[in-house]
Ligand binder design. Structure first.
Ligand code: SF4
Length: 491
């Protein structure tokens, strides 16, 4: 058995090292294999979701119920969190609070050191990607083995995830075979010699590779889809059974959960257990739903820790409009329907949260200080397809426009940016009919100069890039006001 440790290709903070969306997307668009893989995969899941949603006669009411429950949680989050903490503590859970990702990582690492483990098995978890937990553990000499098949592909490929639900969506099966053949043997059981790209063979190789890790692991790390506040029950939904192995075999389990994952009661949970599988994988019911309330002697982990992570969530909650993004249950329906995501892929978003939810959540969680986050609200056509599929009715387009406004009005220096200057000028023109009339007179003059000729490339700053890409119609020689006067007199 090898003891070699994974060296994650991206260092901590690598996401923010990715160029901003407009630049990153150019590189991604050149990858035709990725575009083909994405088109096929998102198209398939999208179609399945549509069928499964149409089977439920009260689907729209369910969506409204999901929205309202999450809104209630947001309004009374302090109350539900304390209720959940009390219930979990009473059930024997050690509850920790983490203000940010750094604190969350330190808590998990401390527990691992106390348990004297040098490896942990992990269930796919978005929040630990958000905090770069694997990289933090790695730097402290603790290997974190991803056990979800797609996460394993990403990890063995020294890659970054590109989808919430299917992190290796950008890979096809022959790429997966190549990764397994080249990498598995370095970190444990090797892939069988001459393995084909047949999915059952690939799955069997992953199963054999992971099994030895499951059997020797003393500690597991998970996320959590929901915490039921009234009972302190943690809930994980999954498809592969790797989660069930992590939740039952190791002696110690640490669940890292965002504070917005609370649902008040079991009855509320029912709504999400109907919405989530149909919206995410297009299944009527997900294959494995694990729920556990505290520890039970002789059954499952004997030590259970829950780390409740803020990491910017209370800031999002403070924004009356933007807080709707916290309703997200990470189903990924918005990614699968998004024409921008389908072409750009997940890496261009510079975060483990790509697609429409990434475009509205990242700039709020991380603030709009970096160029990556300032670009994200603009990574959308505002077509609104995401509004239609989101099971908790997040109004993406409203939040995108709000975030764009925040970016456009953010003062980055003493001097206004070009965009701010242009917007100010546009405000002056549009804010007064007389100003508009005088600009229209100018445009009339330009119309006379250009005649009927379309305007081609103009080597003039501000308009050069625009006119290089498209011809512009000649300006009109008559304004609407002139036409009105001519046709209708002064009426
Ligand atoms: S924002 Fe809505 S559609 Fe997108 S992942 Fe979250 S719950 Fe699903």
């Amino acid at each position: 058995m090898t003891t070699q440790r994974l060296t994650p290709a991206p260092p901590e903070g690598a996401w923010l090292g990715i160029p901003p969306f407009p630049k990153a997307v150019k590189t991604e668009l050149e990858n035709s294999t990725q575009r083909k893989n994405l088109r096929h995969a998102t198209g398939t899941i999208r179609a399945k979701r549509a069928v499964r949603a149409s089977e439920v006669h009260n689907w729209e009411e369910l969506r409204t119920a999901g929205e309202q429950i999450k809104n209630r949680v947001g309004r009374h989050l302090d109350h539900y969190l304390e209720q959940a903490e009390a219930a979990m503590t009473a059930a024997g859970v050690h509850v920790h609070w983490a203000r940010d990702g750094k604190e969350a990582n330190e808590i998990v690492t401390r527990i691992a050191k106390e348990k004297a483990v040098d490896e942990v098995v992990k269930i796919k978890s978005m929040v630990t990607q958000e905090t770069d937990l694997n990289e933090h553990l790695e730097r402290n000499g603790i290997a974190a083995w991803e056990t979800d098949l797609a996460e394993l592909i990403v990890q063995l490929g020294h890659d970054l995830p590109s989808h919430i639900l299917v992190p290796a969506i950008h890979r096809n099966r022959s790429e997966v075979r190549d990764i397994f053949t080249a990498e598995m043997g370095q970190y444990g059981k090797a892939a069988p010699e001459g393995i084909s790209d047949d999915p059952p063979e690939l799955t069997a190789a992953a199963r054999a590779h992971l099994r030895e890790k499951f059997l020797r692991a003393k500690m597991a790390v998970s996320g959590g889809n929901f915490i039921v506040a009234e009972t302190g029950t943690l809930v994980i939904v999954e498809s592969e059974g790797n989660g069930r192995m992590c939740l039952t075999l190791p002696e110690t389990l640490v669940s890292v959960v965002g504070i917005e994952k609370i649902v008040p009661t079991f009855q509320d949970l029912e709504v999400f257990l109907k919405l989530l599988p149909r919206s995410s994988t297009g299944e009527r019911m997900n294959p494995y739903t694990s729920m556990w309330t505290g520890v039970r002697e002789g059954d499952g982990p004997q030590e259970l820790h829950v780390v409740l992570v803020d990491n910017g969530r209370t800031d999002v909650l403070a924004d009356p409009q933007g807080r709707a993004a916290l309703r997200c249950i990470r189903c990924s329906a918005c990614l699968n329907i998004c024409p921008v995501y389908e072409r750009a892929g997940g890496h261009a978003y510079g975060s483990p949260y790509p697609g429409p939810i990434g475009a509205i959540l990242n700039p709020q969680l991380r603030g709009i200080t970096s160029k990556v986050d300032q670009a994200l609200p603009f990574a959308s056509t505002l077509c609104g397809a995401c509004n239609e599929v989101c099971p908790v009715r997040i109004p993406f387009t409203d939040i995108l426009v709000q975030q764009r406004h925040r970016v456009a009005t953010k003062k980055t220096s003493k001097h206004p940016t070009i965009e701010q200057g242009l917007m100010k000028a546009a405000g002056w023109v549009m804010g007064d009919g007389k100003h508009l009339a005088s600009v229209q007179q100018g445009s009339k003059l330009a119309g006379r100069v250009f005649g009927k000729k379309w305007i081609g490339p103009m080597p003039v700053p501000l308009v050069d890039r625009w006119t290089q890409a498209r011809d512009v119609e000649p300006p009109p020689t008559e304004t609407f006001r002139d036409w009105w006067k001519r046709e209708r007199g002064d009426r």
